[in-house]
Design a protein around this ligand. Sequence first.
Ligand SMILES: Nc1ncnc2c1ncn2[C@@H]1O[C@H](COP(=O)(O)OP(=O)(O)O)[C@@H](O)[C@H]1O
Ligand SMILES: [Mg+2]
Length: 250
Amino acid sequence: MSTRESHPILWTESLTRKFGGLTAVGDVNLSVSSGELLGLIGPNGAGKTTLFNLLMGLTTPTSGEVYLEGKKISGLKPHQICRLGMVKTFQNVALFPEMSVLENVLTGGLLRASVEEATALAKDSLAKVGMLEIANKKAADLTFPEKALVEMARALCTKPKVVLLDEVMAALNETEMDHILRLIKTLRDQEGITFIVIEHHMRAIMNLCERIVVLSFGQVIAEGTPLEIGANPEVISAYLGTDTTSGDLH
Ligand SMILES: Nc1ncnc2c1ncn2[C@@H]1O[C@H](COP(=O)(O)OP(=O)(O)O)[C@@H](O)[C@H]1O
Ligand SMILES: [Mg+2]
């Protein structure tokens, strides 16, 4: 743990994004250790997706910077950031419906490799998520859990060091979610991939993550272990409005 903590793979400096008068992300200083499983939570509209978009170069910061492995990446294009090793899944899984699973996953690999190499990489990525047998299925015919796993495989196909997961488990039941949680842990343990996970389902976040950052109105309002976050009154009130005794965060 201590070696991980001393080597941030990703950090932001006063990262800010305003939309007109609205500060979607305000002055965020985030530091993520290599191999960390970090949870990002906060009420709807807190700025979580905007923060991911800023990290990926999909949204331009109003001010502030993003660094990946010590290199400033804010100002770079999303495909350049992807080549440097960071990838994001989309909140509403956006596969190409008429293409096969393999073709969808392959699109991730083409940024880095030739078609032959990307095809091999795509098969390897599908095998890692246990979906190789549906490689030829049309994306439009996939179930929700299959879609989530294919989206994961597409991210893996870019050979990422850092994966940003934006609510990939939203439509899944408990068993399907547990499968993805185990997969994320395995990928971290075996390949050292760093994950930042946005998820509304508190049990998933609490079980998976070593550290949780809480956003509210674009600001980091709390940060700590799942236990610390679960017991933090400010977090509970950010989720539920005023005071509560239920302790249920969602
Ligand atoms: N492209 C945009 N134009 C204007 N406002 C936006 C845009 N994207 C996000 N916002 C606003 O920024 C705030 C944060 O949104 P978002 O990052 O999607 O929150 P979250 O993912 O935490 O639900 C919201 O108030 C949202 O309406
Ligand atoms: Mg969002």
